[in-house]
Design a protein around this ligand. Sequence first.
Ligand code: PMP
Length: 440
Amino acid sequence: MSHIFPRHTKSQPPTAVRGDGVYLIDSEGKNYLDASGGAAVSCLGHSDQDVIEAIKKQAETLAFAHTGFFTSEPAERLANRLISNAPEGIERVYLVSGGSEAVESALKLARQFMLETDQPKRNKFIARRQSYHGNTLGALATGGNMWRREPFAPVMVEGHHISPCYEYRNRAEGESLEDYGLRAANELETKLLEVGPETVIAFIAEPVVGATAGAVPAAPGYFKRIREICDQYGILLILDEVMCGMGRTGSLFACEQDGIAPDIVCIAKGLGAGYQPIGAMLCSGRIYEAIEQGSGFFQHGHTYLGHPIAAAAADVVVQKLTEGGLVKRSAEMGEKLDQALHAEFGQHPHIGDIRGRGMFRGLELVKDRASKTPFDPAMGIAGKLKKVAQANGLICYPGSGTIDGKQGDHVLLAPPFIISDSQIDELVGKLSLSLKDVLG
Ligand code: PMP
């Protein structure tokens, strides 16, 4: 009998025993093509020798040194590498163990910034309904995934939400993409005026929405307008790039493609590429200086901040992404994946939208393509597809959600950037077969 507390108590998953490139292998010897890297984690595949060597070397040299007493060489190296590739104005790195910790750190740093700059009345966060920022209580409060929030809402701080930028369903007939982007962004100003702009700390959003919607990028100009509104009302812009950052969308930071820089950006997943649990919160020089010139202490912290082995692994990951050309490969192979998806599913009666950037792609599943009617949630399409695809040797990331009563099911694809042309064909073939098995 297993003593593990599993995600689902009514079923026992296979035991993964080995990773090999884009494949995972279980204890029965079955191969799975990892088309989602778990959830956009494994950007380098499962057997990268450079990262494995870096981990071994660091473990032999220094495994742990508490940041209350020390900094470490790998943490300093990683921070330098991240900052030399970061959006304009971003100057400091706070290394944590994962995505939720990065978001919690961002929310608390943003609040402390307001205290240090004599704005104690600011105590609210605004986010979007179509978003996920993590499962810890603070991050969950800002997230807009109702299914995840609902059971815990009575014990959460209040979060304020606006509509997502979701052109497939929310762009009006005849409205240009740019006009739609502007309209969606202006909802932030409306919400600010409603709750009192002087009481708001920050707006938080994923540049390309992952888990709750399936790789939804913002319309052109959306984030430029968001940036303007934040500046006008003195609120901070926090970008959650936990899933879409680290080359996933074809640029190291997803926001590069939107032409803006945030005040704080959170990364995780691809940063450790699955080899180590690591995340980071990066902030602007302006925020850091407010702390430095004020109390001099960020009132936060975790035992495993700046873990040397995790930092050593992530440093090699980021080096391979940038100097090693893997971000470029994500952009190039992402185009090929997009073409293959359009060729196979472009006319599919139950696929309403194919979207995304780089190696971050999503398909929206619909009952009827013309009317965009979603499947009845009771059918549990996403859950069925996950099971059937796994049985067919494909790990993909289906999900479902409701946004203003509209969205249904989607599949998120986030394969390793090292995927080959023939493996893209295999991915699309297995997905097609699995969709047939589920939808007929
Ligand atoms: N933010 C986003 C955008 C995410 O996709 C996730 C994880 N799916 C998180 C935060 C939370 O990260 P973690 O699961 O590492 O805590």
